[in-house]
Design a protein around this ligand. Structure first.
Ligand code: TRP
Ligand code: SF4
Length: 340
């Protein structure tokens, strides 16, 4: 059932440009895990999952595939080390999703807090589709198709992973030990909020994109909410309630004592403090932005993207085929010609 080299599987929903919250919350971890060279890694763009909420704008999900794939390469995912692919390129995701749907009680998915949160965030209420309810079932299929042992995700994904384990356990009980029970590999980085202090989310327009231009960074930081009590330059500030300060804590932990002191004693003003944050963000984003530019805007770069997508598809397909073959045997889908 389990391989000697443990397998890692994780996906990113293709619902828009990636932001630094996506990166610090999970993608950075993907790159680290890949470079540990300890695991066989499968990373994919979850474009079926994008449709659970964005089915009315399919072109959006499609148009962004190349961009997002280039993003993954730009942050350091490497097709020579990992299998990097697109979910819908591999029909096995849909097939296993269907099989898993047969054995998943509705109660399991209805009480999933992450799905409930999505219903709230997207304001779906009575508009919940069967596909959205099935979100965690599709995710379980994503992982099991490659017999994933570990799944690097952020905290918000834990309820999904719990359902994945329950589904796999049920499947194994019914049909024999086929799938390993996937364990989470949590990212240590704390959840990064938007600069307005709310949850970082594309729909709230409080994100900083992973390939943001210098101008975009500037205007995002400029509009950041700081300590509202600090009205005049000479007012001492309270960094603990300032969103800019929370960014320092994550992006440059070495500087926080100094900033805390300078803020409390009004030795620096917010605009100066924000300028320093803009530079930090730009130093962190610009290498990624430049790589992405090379991929997207040169002939060789573009060719590299398409070659990598094809390579990822082939590698993922080989592994997926083996699992689907096992499934077909379990369910007696292979019709054999029997002589009588
Ligand atoms: N639900 C994940 C997210 O929103 C994306 C995802 C889809 C995923 N399938 C997966 C993550 C399988 C890990 C494994 O981030
Ligand atoms: Fe926030 Fe910096 Fe202003 Fe203090 S000085 S309130 S930490 S932006």
């Amino acid at each position: 059932m389990s391989n000697s080299v443990k397998r890692i599987v994780s996906g990113a929903r293709t619902t828009g440009r990636l932001h630094i919250g996506n990166y610090l919350g999970s993608l950075k971890n993907w790159v680290q895990i890949q470079n540990e060279n300890k695991y066989e890694c499968f990373w994919f763009l979850a474009n079926y999952h994008a449709l659970t909420t964005d089915y009315e704008t399919p072109q959006k999900a499609g148009d962004q595939l190349i961009e997002l794939y280039a993003d993954l390469l730009s942050i350091g995912l490497d097709p020579a080390k990992s299998t990097i692919f697109i979910q819908s390129d591999i029909p096995g995701h849909a097939e296993l999703f269907l099989i898993f749907s047969m054995i998943t009680p509705i109660g399991w998915v209805e009480r999933n807090p992450t799905v409930k949160e999505m219903i709230r965030d997207y304001d779906l209420k009575s508009n919940v589709t069967h596909g959205l309810l099935g979100y965690p079932i599709l995710q379980a299929a994503d992982i099991a198709l490659y017999k994933g042992d570990f799944v690097p995700v952020g905290k918000d994904q834990l309820p999904h992973l719990e359902i994945s384990r329950e589904i796999v356990r049920r499947f194994n009980n019914l049909y024999g030990d086929i799938f390993p029970e996937p364990q989470e590999k949590l990212t240590e980085v704390p959840l990064l909020k938007g600069l307005d202090g709310k949850k970082m989310s594309k729909s709230l327009q409080n994100t900083i994109f992973l390939t943001a231009s210098e101008k975009e960074i500037e205007s995002a930081v400029k509009s950041a909410v700081t300590d509202p009590g600090r009205v005049y330059r000479t007012d001492p500030g309270n960094p603990e309630i300032c969103n800019v300060f929370s960014y320092y804590q994550i992006l440059d932990p070495g500087s926080i004592e100094e900033i805390r002191q300078d803020c409390k004693t009004a030795s620096i003003g917010c605009s100066q403090c924000k300028k320093r944050m803009m530079k930090l963000l730009n130093d962190f984003i610009s290498p990624i932005r430049e790589k992405k530019d090379e991929f997207m805007n040169t002939v060789e770069g573009k060719a590299m993207i398409f070659d990598s997508i094809e390579k990822g598809r082939k590698k993922a397909q080989t592994v997926a085929n083996q699992t689907i073959q096992e499934i077909k045997e379990i369910f007696h889908f292979e019709v054999k010609h029997v002589e009588n």
